[in-house]
Design a protein around this ligand. Structure first.
Ligand SMILES: Nc1ncnc2c1ncn2[C@@H]1O[C@H](COP(=O)(O)OP(=O)(O)OP(=O)(O)O)[C@@H](O)[C@H]1O
Ligand SMILES: [Mg+2]
Length: 466
């Protein structure tokens, strides 16, 4: 029989030293004078510890009633209790991490199938186009079909405010320094002035092509710094306007408030340059935030769910570390999005590459099997798992996850399976979606000639509006 101090150490290692039963047995064993009683109590403590080594979880499932719009994630392993969360709790965000092929996307499908809130999916792997056969109101927008003008300010958001947000996101996505950011800001403001928007906010709006043309026409007085900014910004802008074809060449893109009302919108980014993908995702997120800030209600309900599979690209740890870029804009928005009912559901294989902020700001974490210890440790630490729990998770099967929700203890769950036939080709998509694409309105960019523009650096005009 092990001595009491060894049993005590085991309790601590398992993180159950404060369990009432453990405390009671430990105290009994300590004070017992009769050797036979002492031995019997130690025996019971040993068996108690043993049971935790076999199944080191004793977390409760969340209390969710059928009136809470429950989303069933699955059933607890071994016990078969339903594990559900409230749909509105997705405003606290949900993160799924697991090795490739362990069930991250399947978990997203299962959740999507149960929620009634509209959602936007940012898809790099053509995983979500297959949903067109599952529900009727799914709009899939491959990147070359997108029409979006990032310079068109959201309704009721101040022009200067939007110019600042645009410059921040644009320089963040392109890893530009603050000098270039100010350079962009002054030119966007100049564009708004050229389009007379400070006097009358009605369309047309300038496009990114206009921004490029204005900067090209810039009569740099060849003060070195200014011309450096000009070259740096143009270096990022030119590929963006040429590679993307007609995406940004519009005065008014698709109505985003209208897209927010759709059941499911899938933005497909596969094949598009990564910097441009990042820029579009971040500016759309910022657009939503600013729009909701001015026009949304703060009733705590989920208004729109944003979904990222392969989240490390948008929520990149590298960017968080980059001094030059300052605070990652998307991260900053993650922490504040909840206020306006914007939920985030993200998944990735590599926890180490996700921002700490995403890991810290997610109310529901789901950990699927992982072989890579470094990746595993990174997410296990943010879930505060004990050593024994970590060991247990190593033996999980595909489709099984340890789920941690709010302040509750983690619980292993057999996730619901959701079968989707992955068979939608580009041609099928075209056939299925062409009517939907045709129904989306946008207006082409007018395009201005700035060759005789009075713009120099733009700084003086900016000062007029601050
Ligand atoms: N809950 C589940 N129950 C049973 N099997 C599952 C479950 N989830 C996933 N699977 C199985 O695992 C396969 C891979 O799942 P899925 O595509 O969701 O993984 P993933 O983690 O998204 O992979 P990747 O990292 O490659 O995107 C599924 O085709 C299915 O066979
Ligand atoms: Mg996947």
């Amino acid at each position: 029989m092990k001595d009491l101090s060894t049993l005590e150490q085991q309790l601590e290692r398992l993180g159950i030293q404060d369990h009432p039963k453990a405390k009671q047995l430990l105290q009994k064993a300590t004070v017992a004078e009769n050797p036979r009683v002492k031995k019997a109590v130690k025996q019971r403590l040993h068996v108690f510890i043993q049971s935790y080594q076999e199944y080191p979880f004793n977390g409760e499932t969340p209390n969710v009633s059928y009136t809470d719009r429950p989303v069933i994630l699955g059933e607890t392993v071994g016990e078969g209790r339903t594990y559900a969360i409230k749909e509105d709790e997705l405003t606290r965000h949900l993160l799924t991490v697991g090795a490739t092929g362990t069930g991250k996307t399947t978990n997203h499908y299962n959740i999507l199938d149960q929620i009634s809130t509209p959602c936007w999916i940012f898809d790099r792997k053509r995983d979500y186009r297959h949903l067109i056969h599952e529900t009727t109101d799914v709009l899939v927008i491959p990147w070359n079909k997108l029409r979006f003008n990032p310079l068109q300010p959201p309704e009721n958001v101040g022009l200067l405010r939007w110019a600042m947000v645009f410059s921040e996101i644009y320089s963040h996505a392109g890893d530009l320094l603050s000098g270039s950011k100010n350079y962009i800001l002054s030119h966007v403001t100049e564009l708004y002035k050229e389009y007379d928007l400070f006097r009358d906010r009605s369309p047309p709006y300038p496009s990114l092509h206009d921004l490029e043309a204005l900067i090209k026409s810039d009569k740099v007085n060849f003060v070195r710094k200014e011309s450096n900014y000009r070259d740096t910004v143009l270096n990022r802008l030119e590929p963006m306007t040429t590679v993307t074809g007609p995406i940004f060449d519009c005065s008014q893109g698709y109505s985003l408030p209208e897209l927010m009302k759709r059941n499911v919108v899938v933005f497909e980014f596969g094949g598009l340059n990564r910097d441009i993908q990042n820029f579009i995702q971040e500016i759309l997120f910022a657009w939503l935030y600013e729009y909701m800030f001015q026009n949304g209600s703060r009733n705590g309900q989920l208004q729109l769910l944003l979904i990222w599979d392969e989240a490390k690209q948008a929520f990149s740890y590298k960017k968080e570390q980059s001094d030059a870029a300052g605070i990652p804009e998307i991260d900053d928005l993650t922490a504040r999005a909840r206020e306006f009912g914007l939920g985030i559901m993200a998944a990735d294989q590599e926890a180490t590459k996700l921002t700490d902020s995403l890991k810290a700001n997610t109310g529901t974490k789901m950990l699927l099997p992982m072989k890579d210890w470094k990746q595993f440790k990174s997410i296990a630490e943010s879930m505060k798992l004990t050593e024994i729990q970590k060991r247990y998770i190593q033996n999980l099967d595909v489709g099984q996850a340890v789920v941690q929700h709010g302040n509750r203890k983690p619980v292993p769950v057999d996730l619901n399976y959701y079968d989707v036939e992955k068979e939608v080709s580009d041609n099928d998509l075209k056939k299925h979606q062409s009517e939907k694409w045709k129904s989306l309105d946008y207006t082409l960019s007018q395009g201005k000639d700035f060759s005789n523009s009075s713009s120099s650096s733009g700084d003086s005009s900016l000062a007029e509006y601050i």
